[in-house]
Design a protein around this ligand. Structure first.
Ligand code: T4K
Length: 422
C-alpha cells in the first residue's frame, strides 16, 4: 500500500481518529554480497552499507498523528507541568501495564533518582555492574554507594546469591535490572530483600511491554523505572516513568517531580524538576498506538537473525522465553572462544561494513569512573560480569531495519566464522 501523506495530514488526534498507515519501512540497502573473506570491508572491499546502520535507531509512530497532537499543544499553550497529554499518557501506561500509578518523568535517570529518594535509600545499595551506567550513577549522584553484585552468566541478570554475599549492615536496598527486557529473578530478590529488611526496586528501562511469569514488568518490587529514551523501542524523545502499586510512594514521587509543590505557593517536600513535557507525552501517545507493530517488526528481525546466525559455532544469540511477552528490542550476541575472532575484532569488522554494532555494557560500571578509582578491586567478585561484558555484541534492529539488511549482516558474520586468525 502506498503511503498517503495528504490523507495522513487530515488525520485528527484520538476521538475522531481514522486509521492511517505508518510510512513503509525503507528497502534493504546492502550494496554487495559477502561470500568470502575478500568481500569484507576490513580486507579492502567497499562497505556493506553506504549509510551507517545503528543500534538504537528510534521507532517513530505515525508522524501525522504526532504532528496533529503537536498542533493541539501549541494551540492550547499548555507545554508542561502535568498537562493533558501527560495525564493521558500516564493513564494509557497504567492500563497497558496493569499498575495503579504511573509518574511520568523527563528521563529514566531522573526517574531512578526520584524513585531512590522516595524509597529513602541511603548508605549502600546493591546493583549489577553489568548495566547501563545510569543505574549506578543515579545512586552515586545522591551519595549512595552502589555495591556491584555479579550476574548469572546465562540470564545476564543479577544473581540472588551474589546479592546475598554483598549485604552489609549499611545496605538499605537492591536495584535489579531487567536486562535486555528479560525479567530479573524478582521472586528470589524479593525474598532476599524481605529477609534482610531491604527496599527493592527495578530498573525496567529495557522492559516496557515485557512480562515475567505472565505479569507485566512494572508490577514487581516497591516500584519500577522505565526509560523512554529515543534509543528505546518505545520512546518519548527523552522520557521515563516510575510505576508502582503503592499509593503513598506515588504521591511522594509526584511531589518530588514538581519541586515539592502541593498547590500554588505551598511546598511540603524537597523536590526537583522531573516533569515530562507535553510534546514528549504526545510522542508517547503516538508511539503507544503502534507499539504492537514495533514489537512485531522486532520479532521478525529477531527471527531473521536467529535463522541466519543460529547455527554459527561460537556465536550464541540471546534467546527470549516465548511464553512471556517480549519486546525483542535488543539483538544480543555472545562471541565465545570457539569463534575464530575475538569480540572486539567482530565489532571492528562490522563497523568497517557500516554496521555500528555496540559493546553494551562493556566494560561494566565497576570499570568506569568514579567506581573504578573508588573500588579498584571490585572486579574480583564479578567474574561473570567480566566474561559476559567481554563477549557481548549488540546488533541493529527496529523499524529502520529490513530483513534483507539482516541477511546481509549475517552474511558478514558467516564469513567471519570461517576466518582463521584470532
Ligand atoms: N538504565 C538502563 C538499563 C538503561 O539502558 C538506560 C538508558 C538508563 C537507565 C537511563 O535512561 P535515560 O536517562 O537515558 O532515559 C544509549 C541511550 O542514550 C541510553 O538512554 C540507553 N540506556 C543506552 C542503552 O543507550 P549510548 O551511549 O549508546 O547512546 P548513543 O548516543 O551512542 O546512541 C546509540 C545509537 O542510537 C547511536 O548509534 C545512534 C542512534 N541514535 C541515537 C539517538 C539519540 C539515533 O539513531 N537517533 C537518536 O535520536 O546510550
Amino acid at each position: 500500500m502506498k503511503y498517503d501523506r495528504a490523507a495522513a495530514a487530515r488525520t485528527k488526534v484520538p476521538g475522531t481518529l481514522t486509521a492511517v498507515p505508518s510510512p513503509p519501512r525503507p528497502a534493504g540497502r546492502a550494496r554487495k554480497v559477502v561470500r568470502t573473506a575478500a568481500d569484507l570491508a576490513i580486507n579492502g572491499a567497499p562497505a556493506l552499507f553506504d549509510e551507517a546502520t545503528h543500534v538504537g535507531r528510534p521507532n517513530i509512530g505515525n508522524a501525522e498523528r504526532f504532528l496533529a497532537r503537536a498542533r493541539e499543544i501549541l494551540d492550547s499553550r499548555w507545554l508542561s507541568n502535568n498537562g493533558p497529554m501527560v495525564v493521558e499518557f500516564e493513564k494509557r501506561v497504567m492500563a497497558k501495564l496493569g499498575v495503579k500509578h504511573c509518574v511520568a518523568m523527563c528521563n529514566g535517570t531522573i526517574a531512578l533518582e526520584i524513585a531512590t529518594r522516595a524509597l529513602e535509600l541511603r548508605g549502600e545499595v546493591i546493583v549489577p555492574s553489568y548495566t547501563f551506567v545510569a543505574t549506578a550513577h543515579a545512586l552515586q549522584w545522591q551519595e549512595i554507594t552502589p555495591i556491584f553484585a555479579d550476574i548469572d552468566p546465562v540470564t545476564q541478570n543479577l544473581d540472588p546469591d551474589a546479592v546475598r554475599r554483598m549485604i552489609t549492615p549499611r545496605t538499605t536496598g537492591i536495584v535489579g535490572v531487567h536486562l535486555w527486557g528479560r525479567g530479573a529473578p524478582c521472586a528470589e530478590l524479593r525474598e532476599v530483600a524481605s529477609v534482610n529488611n531491604l527496599k527493592l526496586m527495578f530498573d525496567a528501562s529495557h522492559g516496557f511491554g515485557c512480562s515475567l511469569g505472565g505479569t507485566p514488568l512494572g508490577n514487581f518490587g516497591d516500584c519500577e523505572v522505565f526509560s523512554f529514551h529515543a534509543t528505546k523501542f518505545f520512546n518519548t524523545f527523552e522520557g521515563g516513568a516510575v510505576v508502582t502499586n503503592d499509593d503513598r510512594l506515588a504521591e511522594k514521587m509526584r511531589l518530588m517531580r514538581n519541586f515539592g509543590f502541593h498547590g500554588y505557593d505551598h511546598v511540603i517536600y524537597p523536590g526537583t524538576n522531573g516533569k515530562m513535557t507535553e510534546i514528549a507525552a504526545a510522542m508517547g501517545l503516538t508511539n503507544l498506538e503502534e507499539l504492537d507493530d514495533f514489537v512485531a517488526i522486532n520479532k521478525a528481525n529477531y527471527d531473521a537473525y536467529r535463522a541466519e546466525i543460529g547455527p554459527l559455532r561460537g556465536l550464541a544469540m540471546l534467546e527470549f522465553d516465548e511464553k512471556e511477552r517480549n519486546n525483542y528490542q535488543y539483538i544480543v550476541l555472545e562471541v565465545s572462544p570457539e569463534f575464530p575472532l575475538a569480540r572486539d575484532k567482530v565489532v571492528e569488522a562490522l563497523h568497517a561494513e557500516n554496521v555500528l554494532a555496540r559493546k553494551y555494557f562493556w566494560p561494566g560500571c565497576h570499570n568506569m569512573e568514579p567506581y573504578r578509582s573508588y573500588y579498584p578491586h571490585a572486579g574480583l567478585v564479578l567474574p561473570n560480569t567480566k566474561r559476559v561484558a567481554e563477549r557481548v555484541v549488540v546488533l541493529p534492529t527496529g523499524t529502520a531495519m529490513q530483513v534483507d539488511d539482516i541477511r546481509a549482516i549475517a552474511s558478514v558474520l558467516r564469513v567471519l566464522a570461517l576466518c582463521r586468525t584470532a
